[in-house]
Design a protein around this ligand. Structure first.
Ligand SMILES: Cc1cc2nc3c(=O)[nH]c(=O)nc-3n(C[C@H](O)[C@H](O)[C@H](O)COP(=O)(O)OP(=O)(O)OC[C@H]3O[C@@H](n4cnc5c(N)ncnc54)[C@H](O)[C@@H]3O)c2cc1C
Length: 404
């Protein structure tokens, strides 16, 4: 009997976990199925580039996983039943019509990522644009292409996504009037060198920054702020963080208040030992006992950790536990400028930062490397191991069985 591993979501973390499991486990012993709504890999970290009019390299899963032993299943995950160990997937049949199918699993890796978070601000769902997903980025791309010179774009939120979106749009469309609204201070988590460079770049690109400005309503052509100020906005781009899909919350899995699956340091669910969660969908504690930030920077190592823990538990080896840590925050500022903010293990800014063209090049290498890593999950060849025991009964963090 093969051990059935089902991986839900083929973003940065699900695809990485599936590939790494296939490299670590013997093909005769496991059946690995990777489920994803779309047939190709979406480089989510480039959605601001897509929105600003750039074309991205197509990355079909069929090519990426050819010969790996990972079975691909295109379909939308509709539900997970962690008590029956089944997943319901709406998959297209031969006529293209979506039909519900049930997949059984022995081990589940939940990696459905996240989407935008409108935070319930009135008018946002109807009028704002988002770039957390490809359909969202394509919708914004079309809208931006239809804007004429002088029209206004307001980006709400000045985290990494808002900074990248506003600079990318301002660089691609210098004829537009681009502004950024931020609830607190602009770039206030960065080092003085980092925030200084950010301000200089925003000045150079002509982006107006509204600091200490909470947007409380979005209309078709404006946003309203907490003090009643109205800012003109032919287009509002909403980038105030990510929210997870509601599927996990509808299960008996232990989830956080925001619906992320609570996992231990091996990325295993604290309530259901045959379920692992990685990436944005997981709530895992990182250095300094702070939850890992929704990012590729910590998501991809979380996928390595989960895959290695699953492989170790199935093959009766000691479960590795490599703490996930941060090194830098890589921010693109258009195509020719960037900011690499070096950080402590728990993601606090150090004084040093790399800026300018070199930083843009560094960031580009990171993005290319992340996509390459998905298609090549283990650079150093590893020995495939034989499965010796089921995973479900092992206590948290403990090795199971003995090597064959
Ligand atoms: C514009 C932008 C820039 C970013 N820049 C950076 C950066 O520079 N550095 C960084 O570390 N992070 C960055 N991030 C964050 C990063 O993209 C996410 O944290 C990362 O993609 C999370 O990986 P994931 O595998 O958990 O989820 P995703 O990459 O979102 O993958 C989830 C996958 O699940 C699939 N899926 C979702 N729901 C279903 C369903 N119901 N059925 C089937 N399939 C489904 C999706 O199609 C997708 O393939 C950026 C994000 C954005 C939007």
């Amino acid at each position: 009997m093969q051990h059935r591993i089902v991986v839900l979501g083929a973003g940065y973390t699900g695809a990485t976990a599936a590939g790494r499991l296939a490299k670590r486990l013997h093909r005769e012993d496991v059946a690995i199925t990777l489920v994803n709504a779309e047939p190709d890999f979406v480089e989510r970290v480039r959605m601001h580039q897509l929105a600003a009019g750039q074309d991205l390299t197509p990355r079909p899963f069929g090519e990426m996983f050819e010969g790996t032993g990972v079975a691909l299943k295109q379909g939308k995950v509709a539900a997970v039943d962690v008590d029956r160990r089944t997943v319901t997937v709406a998959a297209p049949d031969a006529t293209g019509e979506a039909k519900d199918e049930e997949l059984g699993y022995d081990t589940l890796v939940y990696a459905l990522g996240s989407g935008w978070n409108d935070q319930g601000v009135p008018g946002t769902a109807e009028h704002a644009y988002e770039i957390a997903s490809r359909p969202g980025a394509l919708r914004l791309r079309e809208r931006l292409a239809g804007l004429t010179a002088g029209e206004s774009v307001v980006v709400v939120g000045a985290g990494l996504t808002g900074i990248e979106a506003s600079t990318e749009i301002a660089e691609a469309r210098p004829d537009l009037d681009v502004a950024l609204a931020v609830r607190g201070g602009f770039g206030d988590w960065l080092s003085p060198k980092g925030s200084g460079h950010l301000r200089k770049t925003f000045d150079r690109l002509g982006i107006t920054v509204h600091e200490h400005t909470a947007v409380t309503a979005v209309g078709a052509d404006r946003v309203t702020t907490a003090d009643g100020t109205v800012l003109p906005a032919a287009v509002t781009v909403w980038t105030t963080g990510f929210a997870v899909h509601p599927i996990a919350q509808a299960t008996t899995l232990e989830v956080s208040g925001t619906g992320r699956i609570v996992v231990d340091r091996t990325m295993r669910s604290v309530s259901h030992p045959d379920v692992y969660a990685v990436g944005d969908a997981a709530l895992a504690m990182g250095p300094g006992d702070k939850p890992l930030r929704m990012s590729c920077a910590s998501g991809v190592p979380s996928a390595w950790q989960a895959a290695d823990a699953i492989a170790a538990r199935l093959t009766g080896r000691k479960v590795p536990n490599v703490p996930v840590r941060y090194f830098n925050q890589c921010i693109s500022l258009g195509r020719k400028d960037g900011l690499i903010q070096y950080v402590t293990a728990d993601d606090r800014a150090k004084p040093a930062a790399l800026t300018g063209r070199l930083a843009a090049l560094y960031k580009e290498i990171i993005c290319k490397g992340a996509a390459w890593g998905v298609a090549h999950p283990t650079v150093v060849p590893v020995r495939r191991r034989r499965v010796v025991q089921e995973t479900a009964v092992a206590p948290e963090g403990a090795p199971v069985g003995t090597a064959a």
